[in-house]
Write a protein that binds this ligand. Structure first.
Ligand SMILES: [Zn+2]
Length: 332
């Protein structure tokens, strides 16, 4: 039986919020794993993946095939999931404070008594995961290929099997963080053999078929890590590995109608047009062409087709340090 580790925090209006969490304990011969989804709240794919994984873990434990222990938090952020506006869930930022949900986890840990309910939640989430050997944080981008963020210390040794199991298209390797994302805080305050952030494609990529595929991938990864006593075969991995600083993020120079001329996964040459923004529809002179900053592959795209000035239009892989890179994390 799963141990119910669900807990409550106080919400923005003094209401009680619940965070569902379950732990499956095996026979003690395997590593401990922490799996969570939805830290930014509007990242749904991982919730369905973990929802599908739970009964499989339950059955596995019942059959005596579970060696390690697995903690599952399928919907990690109880604050964000209530932020509906005109039928849309606005995640990513906590409306009451403007804080990005996946920042300042390290600050919450430093406080003996967190000053805010949000920090209290962050601290408890980190504490739940801090002792785990393997920690995966499931996120989702706007529109995107499946990709992985991983710290250099884990790449390629521990990370390659994960990239292969999930067949991600791109692995982004980072060195310096500094903004207290969940992953970074776990690395700095826990002792994980592996901690990684997985971007499960785009926000609309939620389906039983994709969730099944990802759950199968995670399952195989759990098997090869000795968490589950089962033989699994992981296919070879042939995706792209990119240093964080070589990623190219193209921002909208002006607001307007966004038209992509290239799609996710497409390769572009340096200077090649990939999209345009029509600032004032009706005025042909108001079309602004967007060009690739260097040769690479389109990994993410803006989901809305009316872009605000300064919003992220697309992210590309690259092979040399981006002119616009100023250190730190990209976006997770
Ligand atoms: Zn996220």
């Amino acid at each position: 039986m799963a141990k119910d580790l669900s807990w409550q925090v106080t919400g923005d209006a003094g209401n009680t919020l619940n965070i569902g969490a379950w732990r499956f304990d095996g026979n003690g011969n395997g590593p401990s794993v922490h799996l969570q989804a939805g830290v930014h709240a509007d990242e749904i794919a991982g919730m369905l993946v973990l929802h599908q994984l739970l009964p499989r873990l339950q059955a596995c434990q019942a059959q005596g095939l579970l060696r390690g222990s697995v903690t599952v938090v399928p919907q990690a952020n109880p604050f964000g999931i209530g932020q509906f506006r005109q039928g849309k869930l606005l995640g990513r930022f906590h409306e009451a404070t403007g804080q990005n949900f996946n920042r300042a986890f390290d600050h919450s840990l430093a406080m003996e008594r967190p000053a805010s309910n949000l920090a209290q939640w962050q601290k408890q989430l980190v504490q739940l995961a801090a002792d785990a050997d393997l920690v995966l944080d499931l996120h989702t981008d706007d529109e995107a290929l499946p990709y992985l963020y991983i710290h250099r210390r884990f790449w390629p040794e521990q990370g390659l099997a994960l990239a292969a199991a999930l067949q991600v298209d791109v692995v982004i390797v980072w060195d310096e963080g500094g903004d207290g994302s969940f992953e970074e805080t776990i690395i700095n305050h826990g002792a994980p053999r592996l901690a990684a952030t997985i971007e499960l494609r785009g926000q609309a990529d939620v389906s039983d078929a994709l969730a099944q595929q990802d759950a199968d991938g995670l399952w195989a990864w759990l098997c090869v890590n000795g968490v589950i006593d089962e033989v699994a075969v992981i296919n070879e991995w042939q995706g792209d590995v990119v240093d964080m600083g070589c990623m190219e993020t193209i921002l909208a120079p002006c607001a307007g109608v966004l038209v992509f001329e290239k799609g996710l996964g497409d390769y572009v040459e340096e200077g090649q047009p990939f999209a345009r923004i029509i600032a004032r529809p009706g005025d042909p002179d108001s079309e602004v062409i967007l060009h690739a900053a260097q040769t690479g592959r389109m990994v993410t795209g803006h989901r809305e087709r009316l872009a605000a000035q300064g919003s992220v239009v697309a992210k590309f892989t690259g092979t040399r340090l981006s002119d616009s890179y100023s250190g730190g994390v990209l976006d997770p």
